[in-house]
Unconditional design. Structure first.
Length: 142
């Protein structure tokens, strides 16, 4: 029963979030008057995705199935938080390098590319987390 509830909660999170906000992001980009505005739109969308990812992580961390995953001296919540923090650190450093490459730190194009990279990488990571949830849900049925 608990596994079924977890599957339902995770499925509902997927179906509600993406469509509702896509238009806000698109509207923001349409209204953007320059690189600074584009970067702000990207950053706002990344922040929205990060809130969703944190929610997904919390759902995984609170599931007893994952209680002995990774470092058994830590709680599942601590393991997931460590992974999340390390992933954010990696993303930010990688995207900083990526953005810097466009202009050597001069002008605003690097800032736009950094923010776009963070959005793209966050979207990819969100898909990876959904894959973990999907595998878990398939295993829970068996």
């Amino acid at each position: 029963m608990k596994k079924t509830i977890f599957a339902i909660v995770c499925g509902v999170g997927l179906s509600i979030a993406p469509g509702a906000r896509a238009t806000e992001y698109e509207d923001c980009l349409e209204k953007a008057n320059g690189d600074m505005d584009i970067a702000m739109c990207n950053n706002a969308e990344t922040a929205r995705l990060m809130r969703r990812l944190q929610s997904r992580y919390n759902a995984l961390a609170s599931n007893k199935y994952f209680s002995s995953w990774n470092d058994r001296t830590l709680s599942a919540a601590q393991n997931f938080q460590t992974l999340f923090k390390q992933w954010v650190d990696y993303r930010d450093k990688y995207c900083s390098l990526y953005g810097y490459t466009f202009s050597g730190g001069q002008g605003t194009i690097g800032m736009v590319q950094t923010s776009q990279c963070q959005l793209d990488v966050t979207n990819r990571f969100a898909k990876d987390i959904e894959a973990v949830i999907s595998v878990y849900n398939k295993m829970a049925v068996n």
